[in-house]
Design a protein around this ligand. Structure first.
Ligand SMILES: NC(=O)c1ccc[n+]([C@@H]2O[C@H](COP(=O)([O-])OP(=O)(O)OC[C@H]3O[C@@H](n4cnc5c(N)ncnc54)[C@H](O)[C@@H]3O)[C@@H](O)[C@H]2O)c1
Length: 441
């Protein structure tokens, strides 16, 4: 299936800007720098380590993804961002306690050169944080304009040809979509009137999308997931993707649940609990901030299992998700899942998963892939919601009325077929009848 997509060159410098320069952002930045210097490998990144099958299985064409589609080169990436603390990426990475000090010291100078710009922040939306490195005064519209100016200045100062933005800031309190989010006019009016339903993450998203800069949201806040910003993204030719990086427990859930469903095994209950002790865990310790995360995590099983289609198997499923702030663990989260399942004739069984993961180690490659693929999408003139990037997200943004796909393997097929489509290659259906038909002739 040939497409007529013309992709502009990916040469030149790409700026990756992250609102929020905490554990995830600094693990991402330090990782890319150490990979560039040959000190580490980009494990967990599909853009850097993945291969993609082209044509028939017998063709043996399996190029690296980065050789197949014209992605920005890691050596051409420039980092920047905003935070409510003035710490450089080096200090923030030391505080986050994710990466070894030896490794951070080996790249100290470069990390120290990356300093956050002053943030758009309001404690009302993140109850547990207080910081002084914050833009003061003016309406929310004035703050959005200040971010637009920051982006312009960053681009000029660093000689960037292109820029993308990935939200790596804290999870904000739960906000329901309302009238102010329903159209560009309403949103702009709301920005001028300091409407309370516009959180800082939405101000950054507005600034990026207004400037035609691709935007991805790694947290569960609404941010770009409202009609007004989808409309603006189409108007300004901007690709967007949200929301909430799919890492630890939800990653496991979207691997295990499709398998159980594929075999039509029933599930009575799925209890998920976590302990973690990083700043993200502290922010999520507040009930209003946790509510945002809970909503993002709960939707997954409902969509994969489709209880309305399979009432005998999933109608009574009891799904509970808990996150407990437990400082001794730092970024080394432990996530337990107890799954009560039943099989043939209703006989009961249990599955226990104990995932001792490192949250930011799982999230960092997703920041990289989302940034590189959004930059590719922009150069391919793809605009609005990029559902093919659902693979990376816990609560994928889709058109209203279009159910999101949560099954990790469906998401991977969608992503790969989108890349094939962009490059004018045949889509792969896995039908494979032709191998056998040729055989019998
Ligand atoms: N690590 C994971 O596996 C994972 C998975 C899914 C989602 N997330 C989300 O990613 C985000 C980042 O996680 P983290 O572990 O790096 O958290 P973190 O607390 O270490 O870093 C977040 C940073 O954002 C800053 N910040 C908060 N509000 C801001 C604002 N308005 N403007 C600029 N900076 C702001 C904070 O000061 C902090 O430095 C969180 O929302 C988290 O829920 C993380």
């Amino acid at each position: 299936m040939a497409s007529n997509i013309q992709i502009e060159s990916g040469k030149g410098k790409l700026g990756i800007l992250t609102p929020g320069m905490g554990a995830v952002a600094t693990t991402f930045i330090a990782g890319v720098i150490s990979i560039r210097r040959g000190l580490s490998k980009p494990v967990g990144s599909l853009t850097q380590m993945g291969t993609i099958r082209l044509g028939k299985r017998t063709d043996n064409r399996n190029p690296m993804v980065k050789d197949f589609v014209p992605l920005a080169d890691l050596n051409n990436i420039v980092f920047g961002g905003w935070d409510i603390f003035p710490d450089s990426a080096y200090e923030a990475a030391i505080n986050a306690q994710v990466l070894d000090k030896d490794l951070l010291n080996a790249i100290k100078e470069e990390l120290q050169g990356i300093k956050p710009m002053k943030a758009v922040f309001d404690k009302h939306y993140v109850k547990k944080l207080d910081g002084s490195h914050v833009k003061q005064g003016g309406t929310k519209m004035k703050l959005a304009e200040a971010i637009i100016q920051d982006i312009e200045d960053f681009k000029k100062k660093n000689g960037c040809d292109r820029v993308v933005m990935v939200w790596c800031g804290s999870t904000e309190i739960y906000i329901k979509e309302s009238d102010v989010h329903s159209s560009i006019d309403n949103l702009e009016e709301g920005l001028r009137n300091n409407n309370e339903d516009i959180a800082p993450s939405m101000i950054y998203a507005y600034a990026a999308i207004k400037s035609g800069i691709p935007y991805a949201n790694g947290a569960p806040n609404l941010s770009c997931d409202v009609p007004a910003l989808v409309e603006l993204a189409k108007q300004t030719g901007t690709p967007i993707a949200g929301k909430d990086f799919k890492t630890g427990q939800t990653l496991m859930k979207t691997i295990v649940a499709p398998g159980l469903k594929a075999r039509y095994l029933g599930i009575d209950g799925w209890f998920s609990t976590n302990i973690l002790g990083n700043r993200d865990g502290e922010v999520l310790d507040d009930p209003e901030n946790f509510k945002t995360k809970e909503v993002s995590k709960l939707g997954v099983l409902e969509h994969i299992l489709e209880p309305s289609k399979h009432p005998d198997l999933y109608k009574d499923l009891y799904h509970k998700v808990r996150i407990n702030y437990y400082p001794p663990r730092g970024d080394n989260k432990e996530g337990w899942d107890n799954i009560d399942i039943f099989g043939w004739m209703g006989y009961k069984m249990q599955i226990k998963v104990d995932f001792l993961c490192k949250d930011s180690i799982l999230a960092a490659p997703l920041v990289l892939d989302l940034a590189l693929f959004l930059d590719l999408a922009k150069r391919a003139q793809m605009k609005g919601i990029q559902e093919w990037l659902s693979f990376y997200l816990k609560s994928p943004q889709t058109l209203p009325g279009l159910a999101p796909m949560h099954d990790l393997f469906d998401q991977l097929r969608k992503l790969e077929n989108t890349l094939r489509y962009m490059m004018g290659e045949e889509l792969i259906t896995n039908l494979g009848q032709d191998y056998y038909e040729e055989d019998s002739e």
